[in-house]
Design a protein around this ligand. Structure first.
Ligand SMILES: [Fe+2]
Length: 189
């Protein structure tokens, strides 16, 4: 499935409002709507100029919303989300969302205290397990790897009630801005 309008995307993000997702990476019950807003808000605070990174934070979890009840692994869900948003939000946002699945496996390759992973980071499921050293080296060569790790760290941090993250409507203008830029670029193809 591909998303074709900001309206369609916002409807999808609104859908789980008030729902509890107990299958999240941390195992803690997280409202997917709040989680999306918190992830985006953390990135807006840490990277105020990077609207695409913030938007990637907002939409990074839609793989599960696109296919409710789906129990495929985090990496596959991230890829599904990346495909769905590419036409609307463009290549960089799409790649960041796809790579945040890989970033989880990358961070899992470093035991807590010995690498970039935050202490207490969830242990990935086995089919979705930590990267091998050669996979990690290949991941690091991707120019977007650093931003994808930033996205994943915000994703992990956004499971706690950390800040007032506002409401989805606050993001409409930014989503429209990123979508408009993409449609201009698309017209040049
Ligand atoms: Fe997440």
């Amino acid at each position: 499935m591909e998303l074709r309008s900001v309206e369609e995307l916002m409807d999808l993000l609104h859908a789980p409002r008030g729902a509890r997702n107990t299958a999240g990476g941390s195992g803690d019950p997280v409202d997917p709507y709040d989680h999306a807003l918190r992830t985006a808000a953390l990135l807006r605070r840490s990277h105020p100029a990077d609207k695409e990174l913030q938007v990637a934070g907002l939409v990074h979890g839609i793989g599960r919303l696109l296919r409710p009840g789906d129990d495929t692994n985090h990496t596959d869900r991230a890829q599904r989300a990346a495909r769905a948003i590419r036409p609307l939000l463009g290549e960089r946002v799409s790649r960041l969302v796809g790579l945040h699945g890989a970033a989880r496996r990358y961070l899992g390759a470093f035991p807590p205290g010995r690498g970039p992973s935050a202490p207490g980071a969830p242990v990935p499921a086995r089919q979705d397990g930590p990267m091998t050293p050669s996979e990690a080296a290949a991941f690091e060569r991707d120019p977007l790897a650093g931003d994808a790790v930033t996205l994943r760290q915000a994703d992990e941090a956004a499971t706690v009630d950390c800040l007032d993250a506002g409401v989805l409507e606050d993001w409409r203008t930014v989503l429209e801005l990123v979508a408009a830029r993409q449609s201009r670029l698309g017209a040049l193809d």
